[in-house]
Write a protein that binds this ligand. Sequence first.
Ligand SMILES: NC(=O)c1ccc[n+]([C@@H]2O[C@H](COP(=O)([O-])OP(=O)(O)OC[C@H]3O[C@@H](n4cnc5c(N)ncnc54)[C@H](OP(=O)(O)O)[C@@H]3O)[C@@H](O)[C@H]2O)c1
Length: 337
Amino acid sequence: MTDQKLRWGILGAARINQQLMPAIVSAKNSELVAIASRRPGAAAETLSQYAPKQKNVKIYDNPESLLLDKEIQAVYIPLANNEHAQWVIRAIEHGKHVLCEKPMALTVNDIDAIKLAAEKHNVKVMEGFMYRFHPQHAKVKEIIDSDLIGEVRSVRSCFSYMMQPARLYRIANSIENGGGAMWDIGCYAIHAARLPFYDTSPLAVSAMAKHSDSGADISCNGILDFGEGRYAHFDFGFEHARRAEYEIIGTKGGIKCHNVWAKQAETPIISWWTEAGQQEQELLPLANHFCLEIEHFSHCVLNDTKPALSLEDAKLNCLIINSALQSINTGQQINIS
Ligand SMILES: NC(=O)c1ccc[n+]([C@@H]2O[C@H](COP(=O)([O-])OP(=O)(O)OC[C@H]3O[C@@H](n4cnc5c(N)ncnc54)[C@H](OP(=O)(O)O)[C@@H]3O)[C@@H](O)[C@H]2O)c1
């Protein structure tokens, strides 16, 4: 153990910094050292908006200059989805540890290249699925491991909200360039749907989607086949009332996690039931999963331990997403191998 703080740089003035910047500032083992933006004034403005009390943070007018800063040990990448892979690799080549926003990359080949580079430069890289650091999922795992609900047979994972028309620009990029609901929120629904099956790869996926006028997928339903009658259903989109939940059905009962990609002020609720008549609900304490994610990654770097979310996990999620997109395009079930 060490009481050192990991020195962070942020590689873009993105909206998500509203969450991540305060998380880096408040994480007990982390220090915000710099932020870069390619747009003049944007980095300084982001800093004054989201971390106004941080006085000595360096401002860079391009990401490359930030990467050359030897003081910085780790970078957080909040760039647009189609820029992630190239900047992850550049950061690695500068010897930085990297936490990259989801999705880490749009292709499996890019994740392979990231893995090779990370091994070569001996740095840690993790995909930013912050929700996994919320203690509610450890509680769900504890219930599954206790055998209370028996063997997991089926999962249902939903993430949706009504996107304001003014915000549709966010997903208007082509799907190949990281636009659409799949890359934006579907990646969460699929990641969470896999959770109760641990690291098992699904055998196949079937999916269907509605597309917006710009060609981006806007709502989607799909099924992952984990074999032997075990399925995970994912459902996400921008044309529904807000849902952010998953449900797991086993041979003896079920568990529901009611607010998965929780807004910070939402009380985390887990409920479970058994065929034997047990019916429980637990309200967990509020937790900031962004801050927990930063503390986890900083801890891994400072103590040379493995990040909870591996590059193999990122690769599998990317493979499933691409297979689901292929299923949408072809109308066929796609085998995953
Ligand atoms: N974990 C979560 O809860 C969560 C939530 C939302 C999004 N995300 C992910 O986080 C990443 C960023 O999403 P975001 O919605 O925050 O992106 P965003 O605000 O659109 O910013 C993405 C990048 O685009 C550039 N940019 C920002 N505003 C711009 C503008 N007005 N004109 C031109 N360029 C601009 C910035 O780079 P420069 O500063 O260098 O120009 C920025 O880093 C995505 O990968 C997304 O999937 C995660």
